[in-house]
Design a protein around this ligand. Structure first.
Ligand code: G4P
Length: 518
C-alpha cells in the first residue's frame, strides 16, 4: 500500500454540528483532553473567555468577542489522526459555518437532551444530508432532567427524518441518571456524578446488564428484539445515525463517542470532480479551499486560506495550480492552525487541513492541484441568506471604490450580493446567513477599499433560489421580488416567512430552494 493510502486511512476529518449551548465547546475540550492535545481542562473555555481581552487581535474580533480564526483541532486517538474542523455557531454563525462541511468526511451532531433538535442543528444537518455526510449523534446533558430516550429518537426521526440507532442506552429510572449500557456488548457504565473540569478522564466504571433496573433491562431487550441495531451501511449512506448518550461536562460517554468516530467515521475517499469523475485518494495532489480568512492579524494584514487535502501528498514549498485561474500558487507558508497557535506544516495527507498564508489569489471553493494533473472540484454550495441589508456608499464621491469593494466581497463570498434588475449597482442588497458577515464586509469596505458603507434595512425576510420559470410565475405576485446574483442566478425575496410559506404551499410547481449544491 502506498504511503498516501496508509496515511489517509488513519485520518478522520469531521466537524461537530450543534445549536449554540448544546455543548460543542465542552465536548471539543474533552476530546482534546483524551488525546493529550491539551493538558488542562478549561483551556478551550478560557480561550473563549479571554477572546475579548487579547490586544493584538483583529479589531473586529475584539469588539465582538468572537473568534473568527479557531479553525482546526488536530489530535490522535488509538493511532488515528483526528482533524476536527470548527463550525462557528454563536454570533459568528455565517456562511463559513456551512462551507466547513465541504471539508469533512463525517459529523458529530450534539443535541441537548432536554431541548431536542434545535434550528441551527437542523440547518447544518440539511447540509450533511445533501452531501451524504454520515452523522454520529451525541445526546448531551443526560445528567439533567430529560425526556424519555425513545422520545429523543422520535424527535430525530420527526425533525430530521433520520433513523437513530442507539449504540448506548441511558439508565435513568425515575429520572436519575445512573449511566449507560452499551448495546453492543451489554457492558454498563456507571455515572458517578458531575465532575466539572474533566478530572476523571477515562474513569467510567464497567458493570453488568443483570444489575440494571427492571424497566431499563426491558427497554434494552425490546430494542434488541426490534433490531434497532447499528447498520454501518445505512450510517455511511447518511440514512441512519448511531446514537450515544452522555454528558460532556462530566466527561461521561465521551470516550465511547470518540472510539466511534475512530471506528465508524469513514477515512477520506475519492472525491468527485465537476464532471462526476472520482479523484482517487492516491492520485497526485489535489485540495479544496473551503474557507478564506482575510485580515486576521492587523500587523500582517494576513490572509489565510484553509485547504483540505483531497488526494496525494502535500509538500510545503511545492508549486501548485489554481484550477480556476490556471495560475501558480507557491505553498511557501503552510500552517496547521489550532486556535491562535500556528505550526509550520511540511507534509500533509488526504483529510488534513493546512492554512496557506497570504495566498492572495485564493477564494473559497478553489481547487489546487499538482502541475500536470488537473482536476476541478464542484463549487461550494450556496445557502439562502436570512439577513438582508441595502448597501449605500457613505460618501457619494467614492462610488467607484464602493463598486470595486462590493464586487470583490461578492466574489470572495464574504456576503452575497443581490441586484434588482432595474436598480442594478446603485443599491445592491447584501444578503447573509449570519449577521457577522455584514460586520466583516462593512469593516473591509472601509479599511480595505476606502469606501465606508451605510447599511439600511430591507423589506425582505426570506430568500429562496428559483429558476426562470419561477421568475415568470413570481412576477405577478405581491410581496415577492426577484433579485439576481452577479452570475444571473435569480433569488425570490419575500416580505415575510408567512408569504414564502404560502407561495410554497399554493405553488408547488415553482422552484423555491433553500440550499443550492451548484
Ligand atoms: P456550545 O459550545 O455548544 O455553545 O456549548 P458549551 O460547550 O459552551 O456549553 C454550553 C453550556 O452547557 C455551558 O454552561 C456548559 O458548561 C454546559 N454543558 C455542556 N455539557 C453539559 C453537560 O453534559 N451537562 C450539563 N449539565 N451542562 C453541560 P454555561 O453555564 O453556559 O457555561 P460555563 O459557565 O459552564 O462555562
Amino acid at each position: 500500500m502506498s504511503e498516501v493510502i496508509t496515511e489517509s486511512n488513519r485520518r478522520r476529518t469531521f466537524a461537530i454540528i450543534s445549536h449554540p449551548d448544546a455543548g460543542k465547546t465542552t465536548l471539543t475540550e474533552k476530546f482534546l483532553l483524551y488525546s493529550g492535545a491539551i493538558q488542562q481542562a478549561g483551556a478551550v473555555q478560557s480561550r473563549k473567555a479571554d477572546r475579548s481581552t487579547t490586544s493584538d487581535w483583529l479589531e473586529l474580533e475584539r469588539k465582538r468577542g468572537i473568534s473568527v480564526t479557531s479553525a482546526v483541532a488536530r489530535f490522535e486517538h488509538d493511532g488515528v489522526v483526528l482533524n476536527l474542523l470548527d463550525t462557528p455557531g454563536h454570533r459568528d454563525f455565517s456562511e463559513d459555518t456551512y462551507r466547513v462541511l465541504s471539508g469533512v468526511d463525517a459529523a458529530v451532531m450534539v443535541i441537548d437532551a432536554a431541548r431536542g433538535v434545535e434550528p441551527q442543528t437542523e440547518k447544518l444537518y440539511a447540509v450533511c444530508r445533501a452531501r451524504g455526510t454520515p452523522v454520529i449523534t451525541f445526546v448531551n446533558k443526560m445528567d439533567r432532567p430529560t425526556p424519555e430516550p425513545l422520545e429523543i429518537l422520535d424527535d430525530l426521526q420527526d425533525t430530521l427524518g433520520l433513523v437513530g440507532q442507539p449504540v448506548t442506552w441511558p439508565i435513568k429510572p425515575g429520572g436519575r441518571f445512573h449511566g449507560v449500557v452499551d448495546r453492543r456488548d451489554h457492558a454498563t457504565y456507571a455515572f458517578v456524578g458531575n465532575t466539572p473540569g474533566g478530572a476523571r478522564v477515562a474513569a467510567e466504571d464497567v458493570g453488568k446488564l443483570a444489575d440494571l433496573p427492571e424497566a431499563v433491562r426491558e427497554e434494552v431487550e425490546l430494542l434488541d428484539a426490534i433490531g434497532a441495531d447499528l447498520d454501518l451501511d445505512e450510517f455511511l449512506a447518511g440514512k441512519a445515525t448511531p446514537v450515544f448518550f452522555g454528558s460532556a461536562l462530566s466527561n461521561f460517554g465521551v470516550r465511547l463517542l470518540l472510539d466511534a468516530v475512530v471506528s465508524y467515521a469513514p477515512p477520506p475517499s475519492a472525491r468527485e470532480d465537476v464532471d462526476g469523475r472520482p479523484r482517487a485518494v492516491d492520485a497526485p495532489f489535489s485540495g479544496l479551499v473551503f474557507k478564506v480568512q482575510a485580515n486576521l492579524d492587523p500587523r500582517h494584514r494576513d490572509r489565510l486560506a484553509f485547504l483540505r487535502v483531497c488526494s496525494g501528498r502535500f509538500e510545503r514549498g511545492s508549486t501548485l495550480i489554481n484550477a480556476r485561474t490556471g495560475r501558480k500558487v507557491t505553498a511557501k507558508y503552510a500552517h496547521t492552525v489550532f486556535g491562535r497557535e500556528r505550526e509550520t506544516v511540511d507534509v500533509a495527507y488526504p483529510g488534513d487541513v493546512v492554512g496557506l498564508v497570504n495566498a492572495t489569489d485564493l477564494r473559497a471553493g478553489d481547487t489546487l492541484h499538482e502541475e500536470g494533473d488537473p482536476v476541478r472540484f464542484p463549487p461550494l454550495p450556496i445557502f439562502t441568506p436570512e439577513h438582508f441589508a441595502t448597501a449605500h456608499p457613505a460618501d457619494r464621491s467614492r462610488v467607484k471604490q464602493f463598486r470595486r469593494g462590493v464586487h470583490q466581497l461578492d466574489e470572495e463570498g464574504v456576503v452575497q450580493v443581490l441586484r434588482h434588475p432595474e436598480l442594478g449597482d446603485q443599491a445592491p442588497i447584501w444578503a447573509a446567513v449570519g449577521q457577522l458577515q455584514f460586520d466583516v464586509a462593512a469593516w473591509r469596505m472601509e479599511h480595505e477599499f476606502g469606501a465606508a458603507v451605510r447599511l439600511e434595512g430591507t423589506r425582505f425576510e426570506v430568500a429562496r433560489a428559483t429558476d426562470e420559470d419561477g421568475v415568470a410565475a413570481l412576477a405577478a405576485m405581491r410581496d415577492v421580488e426577484v433579485y439576481r446574483r452577479e452570475s444571473g442566478a435569480p433569488f425570490a425575496l419575500f416580505r415575510s416567512r408567512y408569504v414564502a410559506d404560502r407561495v410554497e404551499r399554493e405553488h408547488p410547481e415553482i422552484a423555491l430552494d433553500t440550499l443550492i449544491l451548484s
